[in-house]
Design a protein around this ligand. Structure first.
Ligand SMILES: Cc1cc2nc3c(=O)[nH]c(=O)nc-3n(C[C@H](O)[C@H](O)[C@H](O)COP(=O)(O)O)c2cc1C
Length: 457
């Protein structure tokens, strides 16, 4: 009996798959004139956290509620507030002064939040008398609107008829919630929460949701080993890479447990965060929580050595000081030893020389499924906002060239997910019972539980 599953994308030993630059997807946030305009700033941040490039267009009324400067500071470029300003954008249409066409072509999703009754009426009836309404007619990108208004405005038949027209034309209406409105009335009309609007934008962009069912344990940041009550031995890791991985996995549908050393970063919303300080605490937390994980990504820079003696009192300057250091426990090796079937273990290594050779030696020594070898050089890698890395498995090597850490996080997750793809498997078995038994064994060994059912079906 012969059966086979899909072929994997395994490259021949040592071959390199060169990866192209994964450009950020582009979103325009339209802000119209309602009280909820201030919440649009949170929406911009939520979209940026998803590695999207964001432009902002404000109506004249919106500028009465929030200063364009607020958004300009967030997006690092000018906010479009009028049809009649000289174009300063990147496309030919921008530079010719027809910026609304340039912006309409540039964007991959237009989201209007808050959307006033007025802008919705203009969209529904094709009135194009300002930048936002003109751009709406000119774009072929998906359009989403998040209405916010007084409950009576919302319930007005004219409003509901306009919304119905827009829905019929493919505009995605992100329904307002019920609650106490700015006008003092309780009812429907509160703009949806910025995170929910950002999720809808991601959906409309067809952003992947390919990690649903995964439970990802990510370690991040450096550890600190005390010398005395005020001093410690540490390293320059900022935690940015690990936090970016946590955010990327979470945005792709995974449940994320982030075990973080001290870091001055906001953890991504919806992640469970476990804070630790020392290598020992990191080890204990990882071993305790790894049983829940389908994927362990060890991005933390854990101390290799710790002082043998920790002084109870602050050390005084009394001349030369010799420190005796003892090795810490090797967490990656312990994780590999305790792994359960189907659990993927990914290590990280920071190498200053012979990256691929040293990285592969570490990978083979530790027995992880893959290792991400960071480049360490001026302005790249440790502490920096960008990073370059080599993703090594025992048989493949992928170069991930320098890019922002949030984008690199998605590229690393793409690489990790290729390890989940079933490999070409040809097994000769005599009877139906042995075939079924072997099939179950192979699925248990290679595929995580949430996906197994899909494949069997
Ligand atoms: C204090 C204040 C709050 C307002 N809040 C809203 C609102 O939440 N929703 C809405 O549809 N209109 C609201 N309006 C009315 C709009 O600002 C008005 O219809 C304006 O013409 C909208 O212009 P725009 O759609 O070009 O931004 C408000 C007006 C004022 C003065």
């Amino acid at each position: 009996m012969v059966y086979q599953t899909e072929a994997s994308e395994l490259s021949p030993l040592g071959s390199t798959r060169e990866n192209g630059y994964n450009r950020a997807m582009r979103v325009t946030v339209g802000v119209s004139g309602g009280i909820a305009a201030y919440k649009a700033a949170e929406l911009v941040r939520a979209l940026q956290r998803q590695a999207l490039e964001v432009h902002v267009v404000m109506t004249e009324s919106a500028c009465k509620f929030v200063q364009p400067l607020t958004f300009a500071a967030l997006i690092g470029r000018k906010v479009i507030t009028s049809l009649w300003e000289e174009g300063q954008g990147e496309t030919a249409d921008d530079q010719n002064g027809i910026e609304h066409i340039g912006e309409a072509q540039w964007t991959e999703a237009l989201v209007v939040a808050p959307a006033t009754a007025n802008i919705l009426a203009k969209f529904a009836h094709g009135i194009a008398d300002d930048f936002l309404s003109t751009m709406y007619l000119a774009t072929t990108a998906p359009v989403l609107v998040a209405p916010a208004m007084n409950v009576n405005m919302w319930n007005h038949p004219a409003m509901q008829a306009n919304l119905e027209l827009l829905r019929q034309r493919g505009v995605r209406v992100i329904e307002p919630g019920t609650g106490s409105l700015a006008c003092g009335i309780v009812g429907v009309g509160r703009m949806a929460e910025p995170e929910a609007i950002a999720d809808a934008v991601l959906n409309s962009l067809g952003r992947r949701h390919d990690m649903a069912g995964e439970v990802v344990l990510v370690t991040a940041g450096g550890t600190r080993e005390a010398l005395d009550p005020v001093r410690y031995l540490g390293n320059r890791s900022s935690g940015k890479m690990g936090y970016a991985l946590a955010e990327a996995a979470q945005s792709r549908g995974a449940k994320v447990i982030l075990i973080s050393g001290p870091a001055a970063l906001h953890p991504p919303s919806h992640c469970e965060v476990v804070r630790v300080t020392t290598a020992q605490e990191m080890r204990d937390a990882v071993l305790e929580r790894m049983t829940e994980a389908t994927l362990v990504v060890k991005a933390a820079a854990v101390a290799d050595y710790k002082p043998v003696m920790v002084s109870e009192q602050k050390l005084k300057r009394t001349g030369p000081l010799m420190l005796e250091l003892a090795p810490t426990e090797d967490i990656l090796a312990e994780v590999v030893k305790r792994r359960r079937p189907g659990q993927l273990i990914i290590g990280f290594a920071a190498e200053t020389e012979n990256r691929v050779e040293n990285g592969r030696a570490k990978l083979l020594r530790k027995g992880a499924d893959a290792i991400v070898v960071n480049q360490v050089s001026a302005g790249v890698g440790i502490e920096a906002d960008t990073n370059a890395a080599t993703f090594l498995t025992p048989t493949t090597s992928s170069e991930l060239h320098e890019m922002p850490k949030r984008e690199l996080a998605d590229r690393i997750l793409d690489e990790i997910l290729t390890l989940r793809r079933p490999r070409l498997l040809v097994v000769e078995l005599d009877d139906e019972d042995s075939r079924k038994k072997r099939q179950d064994e192979v699925l248990t060994e290679t595929v995580q539980p949430a996906r197994r059912q899909l494949i069997v079906e």
